[in-house]
Design a protein around this ligand. Structure first.
Ligand SMILES: *Cc1c(COP(=O)(O)O)cnc(C)c1O
Length: 376
């Protein structure tokens, strides 16, 4: 059996090695390392894939969130509602821009922001909502967009974990996640569902004026070289990463199907177990399984992690500390929050290996090891 990894980038690379190596050599030949042709080509292809009018490439998923928030003209002290149960980038950027993060609960079923918690957290200072499509499960965007419209709030979708997921509205209309809110952001970190071979990110919008502003901000606030109209930053997707991403974008739907197939296997192994809750698959979307995350009850999660490690099976806790309990947010009143659903999940989740290259032998080995531990 091949060694089991959380993400098997090597096996995935070997299957596209010819194309990737040729594309990288083309970039070397051109020496157009920054803003080479592949950057625009990839941005256009991604825009088409997402059904979003504009894609602005940038350096990473954290920058994507930062540039998005900078473009909205928010003032220090304005409030931005985010889930506490997310990766640190979502919430950190809010504080970095001197805005106030307001942490709200997630739904224990979807792991995503709870719309009723958003409504309760809205104050006259609230300006934006940042739902996170966690683990590849879309947040309930239809309800979120209705709340945003009612209270005149911006919506920035943190789509770093769910690129390619589709949202189905109650009228049957379908949209890709990231293309629903005013702005969507993503990360091309190597382990993401669409990952490059370094750092990368992108911002999406259907708004023409906003697209111009996003591009400017990611490029030192300039449209015309050396004429800087506003404070920006330096955030670029380099040409080599774009060339790799353009190849992998063509495979994204196959990659998603491979992840879903692995998730189906795990579901069959675990779904009847009284101590295990398998990932919920919301009817309104297509789960793209960035992570395969179980909720365990009456189980020593740390010991399970150790038991799996003795069999060379990695497992991870995403994330061991929610935002409201992070030291970095002490000044923002983090410890005064009461988020029992978030704490409950934080103590019980565990993520198993999930990637495009898992075969049945590995899946069988992993699920047996989990069940053996839990049953004994
Ligand atoms: C990975 C990730 C980010 C940040 O992406 P980087 O490219 O690492 O900066 C932001 N939000 C979420 C939910 C992520 O998973």
């Amino acid at each position: 059996m091949r060694p089991i990894q959380m993400v098997d980038l090597k096996q995935q690379y070997l299957k596209i090695k010819g194309d990737v190596d040729a594309a990288i050599h083309n970039v070397l030949d051109s020496t157009a390392f920054i803003n080479g042709k592949p950057v625009n080509e990839f941005a256009e292809n991604l825009a088409k894939y997402l059904g979003s009018k504009h894609v602005v490439p940038c350096a990473n998923g954290t920058d994507a969130l930062q540039v998005a928030m900078m473009a909205l003209g928010l003032e220090p002290g304005d409030e931005v509602i985010t889930p506490s149960f997310t990766y640190v980038a979502t919430t950190e950027v809010v504080a970095l821009l001197r805005l106030n993060p307001v942490f709200v609960e997630v739904d224990t079923k979807t792991f995503c922001i709870d719309p009723s918690a958003i409504e309760k957290a809205i104050t006259p200072k609230t300006k934006a909502i940042v739902p996170v499509h966690l683990y590849g499960q879309a947040a309930p965007m239809e309800e979120i967009m209705q709340i945003a419209e009612k209270h005149n709030l911006f919506v920035i979708e943190d789509n770093a974990q769910a690129i390619g997921s589709e949202y189905i509205f109650s009228n049957g209309a379908k949209k890709k996640t990231g293309a629903i809110g005013l702005i969507g952001t993503t990360s091309f970190f190597p382990s993401k569902n669409l990952g490059c071979y370094g750092d990368g990110g992108a911002i999406f919008t259907n708004d023409d004026t906003l697209a111009v502003k996003l591009k400017m901000i990611a490029n030192h606030g300039q449209q015309k070289r050396y004429y800087h109209e506003m404070i920006g930053c330096n955030s670029r997707l380099d040409t080599m990463q774009a060339a790799v991403l353009d190849i992998k974008l063509k495979k994204l739907d196959d990659y998603i199907n491979a992840r879903r197939k692995a998730a189906d296997y795990y579901d069959r192994a675990f779904s009847d177990h009284p101590k295990i809750t398998v990932p919920f698959r919301a009817k309104y979307s297509r789960h793209v399984f960035h992570q395969y995350t179980l909720i365990l009850e009456n189980t020593d999660r740390g010991k399970l992690n150790e038991h799996l490690a003795t069999k060379n099976i990695p497992s991870m806790i995403y994330y061991p500390v929610p935002a409201h309990r992070q030291q970095m947010f002490a000044k923002f009143g983090g410890s005064s929050y009461n988020l029992p659903a978030t704490d409950w999940l934080t103590e019980r989740v565990i993520s198993l290996p999930m990637h495009t290259e898992l075969d049945e032998e590995q899946l069988e080995f992993i699920s047996s090891a989990v069940l053996n531990f839990i049953n004994h």
